[in-house]
Design a protein around this ligand. Structure first.
Ligand code: SAM
Ligand code: SF4
Length: 341
């Protein structure tokens, strides 16, 4: 196991398989047009599998596919079938908006995907259309049902809470999760690249969420994990046993415990969501580097890692969006949908 300058292990890897998306969530991709990564730059499944194998050799045990919308990547179940065979990966998950999950849930399960996280911010179809820019709410609900039918268990539901948009649905979302045996995780709105409409006033903090949930749901107890989990969500339990989580990345960042890094679809490796630069892994992959060469590159970068991006953002006094649109156009790698959420 290798650790960084803050003794954080290299544990969890998120692989973005495409920067494209079929939604336009206002906190992630509010623009109608984007500059996409050139097709020839996108890693093949063979290249991705090779990289993941090298990372696993350095200690990565948790793998998550993400995007953009991962289900837009052609033939994704084939990638899943390849990646499931990588030695050392104990937890293999995917984050998806579920628009296409109805079509692919069965194939993903057969191919060996372990778990799913579905992103859904509202239970109201009209609101979804306004929030995500596309009227695909019914497809998402179908996708969630298809995942259950395909036999996925331990599914989680991510909901980004934005003040004045969906903060009146906290209780309804918990109830939805309970009825589908899905654990809901409320995510504080983050000022990541892409969130050009972000303002601190739109963030609903963990403390406020709990204050608003308790009168409707009764006593809320924190779930103690015995310090064994590096998961970013603080988990809570209701009297009836229902659990939910809150990811307070904006008001209470978990940098001190962050073992995550991310590979973009074109092979740039980022060791913090807020990092300015990534390490190019595609270049070495395509110019004859050996696995040992690439492992050495990863080792050197990780052992020098000092980033605590979300904590540094918390210290900024006049906080606004991380980038304006023009800043994002300079380099699409700054976008959340390119880095992978
Ligand atoms: N398209 C897939 C999806 O939406 O699940 C995967 C990629 S998406 C970038 C991954 C996660 O990042 C989603 O759960 C999304 O809600 C979250 N996300 C995107 N922008 C965010 C923001 N500004 N603040 C908090 N979470 C955000
Ligand atoms: Fe697409 Fe996911 Fe970003 Fe929404 S959060 S725009 S679904 S990548």
């Amino acid at each position: 196991m290798i650790t960084d300058r803050h003794r954080r292990p290299l544990g969890s890897l998120r692989v973005s398989v495409t920067d494209r998306c079929n939604l336009r969530c206002r906190y992630c991709m509010p623009e109608e047009h984007y500059t996409w990564l050139p097709r020839q730059s996108i890693l093949t499944f063979e290249e991705t599998t090779r990289l993941v194998t090298i990372f696993a050799g350095l200690g990565v045990t948790k793998l998550r596919l993400t995007g953009g919308e991962p289900l837009l990547r052609h033939d994704l179940p084939r990638a899943v079938a390849m990646l499931r065979t990588v030695p050392g990966i104990r937890d293999f998950a995917m984050t998806t908006n579920a628009v296409l999950l109805g079509r692919f849930a069965g194939d993903l399960k057969t191919a060996g995907l372990g778990r799913l996280t579905v992103s859904l911010d509202t239970l109201r179809a009209e609101r979804f259309k306004a929030f995500a820019g596309r009227g695909r709410h019914a497809d998402v609900i179908d996708g969630i049902r298809a995942a259950e039918e395909a036999g996925f268990t331990g599914t989680k539901l991510n909901a980004v809470i934005v003040r004045g948009v969906n903060d009146d649905e906290l209780v309804d979302l918990v109830a939805f999760g309970r009825s589908h045996s899905i654990e809901v995780r409320f995510i504080e709105y983050m000022d990541v690249g892409g969130a050009t409409q972000w303002s601190f006033g739109d963030v609903v903090s963990r403390a406020e969420m709990l204050e608003r949930l308790e009168p409707a749901l009764g006593p809320i107890e924190p779930v103690q994990d015995g310090g064994t989990q590096r998961a970013p969500a603080d988990r809570f339990r209701l009297d009836d046993g229902t659990t939910f989580g809150i990811i307070a990345s904006t008001t209470a960042p978990f940098c001190s415990d962050c073992d995550r890094s991310r590979i973009t679809a074109d092979g740039l490796w980022f060791t913090c969501l807020y990092a300015v630069d990534g390490v190019d892994l595609k270049g070495p992959l395509r110019t004859g580097a050996t696995d040992d060469d690439i492992a050495a590159l990863i080792h050197d970068r990780w052992t020098a890692r000092r980033e605590r991006g979300a904590e540094e953002r918390l210290a900024v006094s006049e906080r606004g969006p991380l980038y304006q649109v023009e800043g994002l156009r300079v380099d699409p790698h700054r976008e959340m949908h390119t880095r992978g959420g």
